[in-house]
Design a protein. Structure first.
Lengths: 93, 429
């Protein structure tokens, strides 16, 4: 059985900030977006719709690759690197 | 506002290389790195071609914490349950001074950061730069949180995403069609197992690239580099391809799928996954290299789009180190002339043009366009596999001769107008 993506992320060192570094403009997702690129491109599987159909992101597991930001054609993501001292800290990549 | 002669934004390979050259020349330099340490936010596939950069700072490479010199090169084409592997091992790859090494960025970048510190520069970790400060078209320093620091010149080596440089109008925002997503697992394996599995002499390493159905036909492929006691196993997929796909493929699934292939399972058997990482890769080639300098700044490394995926050789880190070196040379010259304007820093671009960095990118100008051809990732790996499989097949019918079999397969799969067109498009690569 392949390792679950959550388990893979569990191997990484994350230092969590209180504030998210990715903020979704869910209005745009609801009204404009039909392709949901974020869901398909994210290598950490962080994007999903909640019970009410709103797009959500588990930003805590962000690998800081920026792929979602580059791929969102609707500019629905406000994407920053986490502040200094926070975010993923790779040890062996 | 506090002020230094030079601020380097980003303590990766380009930034550290620039800082090292500057510190050695006595320029006051401060490197601002957002990670806990240099390498904490960096990901490589993992191989550094060290031959092109040995002449820059030769003393650095003697003791650098490389993983393994790459002695064996493998390219595997996959389709329909077939794998065709081309393998080349050459004593020239590893003789005396190996041409390339597998690397782990957390180790390599920390080593270089220490050397930069020893040389007299200040490397500040946990320091995220929020803005490049502009005044009358000139970059005059940076802002980090509420703090502003002025500089005569800023080396912008912030990485591929260009958050700061695009905001400041120095370079365009990254676009999906010019970028790929790379992601990988570090899988721990004992040294002896690695050497047995890839037929290596003790200490030597292998690099293996995979193309074909592992990306479901999308631009990209899988890669495997042997480290000292782990392997880097991952995928690269063109962002435009993965985002415009409509069949439910999620990028992260491709790697799991790949690991489960009968051809790949024995390569990772018994290994322990230890880390999972991802990064964007500039793949636009020379046509996407932005303006490299201006009043008060130079741009280096991935921020400058200096990377080259030529399918068989994949480079970027050597360009980053070289661009850092040339950035330092240009800043030293600017300091000597007392002119940090665009005119004073113009020797940076000229040096890159005269060196392998922009020459190799120029030579490869046609490659990004050629790689947009999906047949490269679907038809050809399949056709090669089918042709060879037909020759190696013995079934219960009378067998045609080898040449006849090959000819039949070649006529079917290679002699078409489409193939002629593809060959024509590849004439310049």
């Amino acid at each position: 059985m392949p390792m679950k993506i959550d388990a893979k992320l569990g191997l990484d060192v994350f230092k969590l900030d209180k504030e998210p570094h990715i903020v979704i403009d869910t209005e745009v997702c609801a009204k404009v977006c039909k392709d949901e690129a974020c869901v398909y491109v994210c290598p950490a599987d962080l994007y999903e719709r909640d019970d009410q159909g709103r797009m959500t992101v588990n930003w805590e597991g962000g690998l800081e690759c920026g792929t979602c930001m580059i791929c969102c054609a609707h500019r629905a993501l406000s994407w920053q690197y986490p502040r200094g001292q926070f975010g993923v800290q790779y040890r062996m990549s | 506002m506090e002020s230094v002669e030079c601020i380097v934004v980003g303590g990766g390979l380009a930034g550290l290389s620039a800082a090292y050259g500057l510190a050695q020349a006595g320029v006051e330099v401060m490197v601002l790195e957002r990670g806990d340490y240099s390498g904490a936010k960096n990901v490589t596939g993992g191989r550094l071609y060290v031959k092109p950069i040995r002449r820059f700072y030769p003393e650095l490479w003697e003791e650098a914490p490389f993983e393994r010199p790459i002695a064996r090169e493998l390219v595997t084409m996959m389709s329909g349950g077939r794998q065709t592997t081309i393998e080349i091992a050459s004593e020239r790859f590893t003789a005396e001074q190996p041409q390339s090494y597998s690397v782990v960025r957390a180790k390599l970048d920390q080593y270089l950061a220490d050397k930069v510190t020893e040389a007299g520069a200040m490397v500040v970790p946990n320091m995220k730069v929020d803005e490049l400060l502009r005044k009358e078209g000139r970059i005059i320093g940076i802002r980090a949180g509420d703090d502003e620091i002025g500089a005569q010149v800023v080396v912008v080596a912030e990485g591929v995403l260009r958050l700061l440089s695009s905001e400041a109008g120095l370079a365009p925002e990254p676009q999906a069609k010019h970028h790929a997503l790379g992601y990988k697992e570090i899988i721990e394996l004992p040294q002896g197992v690695i050497e047995d599995r890839w037929h290596l002499n003790p200490g030597e390493g292998a690099a293996q690239l995979f193309m074909g159905e592992c990306t479901r036909g999308m631009m990209g492929g899988a890669f495997l580099y042997t480290n000292r006691d782990s392997i880097s196993l991952g995928m690269v997929v063109g962002m435009e391809d993965i985002r415009s796909r409509r069949d439910g493929t999620e990028s992260w699934q491709l790697l799991d799928e790949f690991k489960e292939l009968p051809a790949v399972r024995p390569l990772v058997a018994g290994g322990t996954v230890a880390e999972y990482s991802a990064h964007a890769i500039p793949e636009g080639g020379i046509s996407q290299v932005p303006k490299l300098f201006g009043d008060g700044y130079v741009v280096a490394g991935d921020t400058a789009g200096l990377s080259l995926n030529a399918m068989i050789t994949v480079r970027g880190m050597d360009f980053a180190i070289a661009s850092g070196y040339f950035a330092a040379e240009a800043v030293k010259a600017a300091k000597a002339a007392g002119d940090f304007s665009a005119a004073g820093l113009a020797s940076y671009e000229q040096a890159l043009r005269d060196s392998f960095v922009l020459k190799d990118l120029e030579t490869a100008r046609a490659i990004p366009g050629v790689m947009e051809n999906p047949r490269l990732f679907t038809h050809y790996p399949d056709a090669v596999g089918r042709l060879l499989e037909s020759i190696w097949t013995v079934d219960d019918e009378p067998q045609a001769g080898h040449v006849k079999k090959a000819w039949k397969a070649a006529r079917r799969d290679f002699m078409s107008l489409a193939t002629v067109k593809d060959a024509w498009s590849m004439r310049k690569i």
